[in-house]
Design a protein. Structure first.
Length: 130
């Protein structure tokens, strides 16, 4: 199964729209005072990109009852680009529903993983899946 690779360029404008002003996600001084060395992208923004990939891959089978759990392993800063990735790691069939287990991650422009996790989706059983 192919997962859509979605490319997102991180801008301060996007970060402010998502996180608001005056915090570690939008204000350099506040982020430096907290010891972060500058503003960082909010985890919810990064997880949102993986959610977008899962919706494109599974549609309603992810929106209605899908799950995602991620860890943020490398800071992402404005000006960087991240790419979504996914891999099917398992599946089971219960009745007419195929349950899918996935590994999901974001990579930066250097190919380093910055966010990693797992996700679950479902879809009607296809003739191919049986």
């Amino acid at each position: 199964m192919e997962f859509p690779v979605i490319t997102k360029h991180i801008t301060i404008d996007k970060m402010v729209r998502i996180s608001g002003e005056g915090n570690i996600h939008s204000n350099e001084e506040v982020a430096r005072q907290k010891g972060l060395g500058g503003i960082i992208v909010q985890g919810g923004q990064l997880c949102g990109y993986l959610n977008e990939m899962m919706i494109k891959a599974f549609g309603a089978g992810y929106v209605r009852g899908g799950e995602i759990s991620v860890s943020f392993i490398k800071r992402v800063r404005p000006g960087e680009t991240v790419l979504t990735h996914g891999a099917l790691t398992g599946r089971s069939i219960v009745g007419d529903v195929e349950h899918l287990d996935c590994e999901v991650w974001l990579e930066n422009g250097s190919g380093e993983k910055v966010t990693v996790g797992t996700a679950k989706a479902s879809r009607p059983v296809s003739k191919q899946a049986r």
